[in-house]
Ligand binder design. Structure first.
Ligand SMILES: *Cc1c(COP(=O)(O)O)cnc(C)c1O
Length: 372
């Protein structure tokens, strides 16, 4: 049996909407992107949504819009996909890392304030593996010190903390739509915000710095081509119409795993903060006891046709971060300890029960073979 790590959930509806665009003759800057943006804004409960060609582009435009630049410091997590720090480097600002909480795997709240100084401009929090952060607390800290808050919810679309949707309680939030995310546009991302000015700036910069209303060859500011095509937006519209169904299917898969894995003493299943009243599963990441050789377990799973991955390599230990900032092993010990123990198991909305059973069976065999 082969079980891939991830896969999109595409139905006849997505195919129809994409075909409709192909037949419409408008392939970019048309009505479908507006429909997609409206659906996402309604879903999140924000005034605006601005769709772009990737989650990374979305983060970059927010950094630009908030005028974060050379030498400014932005507090963030080293345990994330690298884009959440790259967007800061793109404007020559400095990511300042805070070690994580070993349970939620998000930034450790108690370690944030000591990193704030006169150069700090913003907190960029990441909802890791779909678990939203306590944004009320982050906002309090930000208000006290005059900082902006950006929420990278690229992994958390649909999750709710204390009844508030991920991405909503901040200056600007971001979702991403690469095929392994909860919903996909193949490639794509979106900025959600209540701030009119920030939304306008992002709309202008995603399309070569053109004014929102104005002539095609008029350019008010440095911009980019970060536009999302109508084809991609059509995929997004169909996925948004199905998002509740998709999140429910992902919930089911997570429960199939958890009910089978929680009895295995060498395995720690994902922890969910009790304040999270709606989960949104991005990946299913387990942690393996340190007495077991994690890399050997992964090797065994791969040889058994099971996709798996060590989510994440800590950002501060990536080659160019070491070179730029002199980071080394031991700088963020909890992040490093967690990163050395994780395995992302196959996870997508159409994963079948027999596939989950096969993964669990092979995982148990691997654990028996791989104790140190
Ligand atoms: C997926 C993801 C992004 C954006 O990725 P793109 O591939 O640029 O869409 C950003 N931050 C995090 C934490 C992510 O998981």
């Amino acid at each position: 049996m082969k079980v891939p790590l991830s896969g999109p959930d595409i139905t006849e509806l997505e195919i129809k909407y994409v075909n409709d665009v192909l037949k419409s003759n408008i392939l970019s800057i048309g009505p479908v992107i507006e429909t997609f943006e409206k659906k996402v804004a309604e879903f999140t409960g924000t005034k605006h949504a601005v769709a772009v060609n990737s989650g990374t582009s979305a983060l970059h435009l927010i950094i630009k819009s908030l005028d974060i630049k050379d030498g400014d410091e932005v507090i963030t997590t080293p345990f994330s996909f690298v884009a959440s720090s790259n967007c800061i480097l793109m404007e020559r600002a400095i990511p300042v890392f805070v070690d994580i909480d070993p349970y939620t795997l998000n930034m450790d709240m108690d370690k944030i304030e000591s990193k704030i100084n006169k150069n700090t401009k913003a907190i960029l929090s990441v909802d890791v593996f779909g678990q939203p952060m306590n944004m009320e607390y982050i906002n309090c800290l930000a208000k006290k010190h005059g900082l902006k808050v950006i929420e990278d919810s690229c992994e958390a679309m649909g999750a709710e903390y204390n009844g508030v949707k991920a991405g909503k309680m901040c200056e600007a939030g971001v979702f991403a739509f690469y095929p392994n995310k909860q919903i996909t546009t193949a490639e794509g991302g979106i900025i959600v915000t209540d701030n009119d000015n920030l939304a306008d700036l992002c709309r202008s910069m995603r399309s070569q710095g053109r004014p929102i209303t104005g002539l095609w060859l008029e350019h008010e500011r440095l911009g980019y081509n970060y536009r999302l095509s109508e084809l991609h937006a059509a995929l997004g519209v169909a996925q948004m119409e199905r998002i509740d169904e998709i999140l429910k299917k992902r919930d089911n898969v997570a429960h199939m795993y958890s009910s089978r894995l929680k009895h295995i003493k060498e395995v720690t299943v994902p922890y969910i903060d009790p304040q999270v009243n709606r989960t949104s599963w991005f990946v299913y990441v387990i942690r393996i006891d340190e007495k077991i050789d994690r890399n050997k377990v992964m090797q065994y799973l791969l040889e058994s046709g099971i996709g798996c991955r060590p989510y994440f390599t800590p950002i501060h230990l990536q080659k160019y971060f070491r070179e730029m900032f002199g980071y080394k092993e031991g700088d963020f010990p909890i992040t490093e300890q967690v990163a050395a123990s994780t395995i992302a198991l196959p996870f997508f909305s159409n994963l079948r029960e027999d596939q989950v059973e096969y993964v669990v069976e092979k995982l148990q065999e691997a654990i028996k073979k791989c104790s140190r």
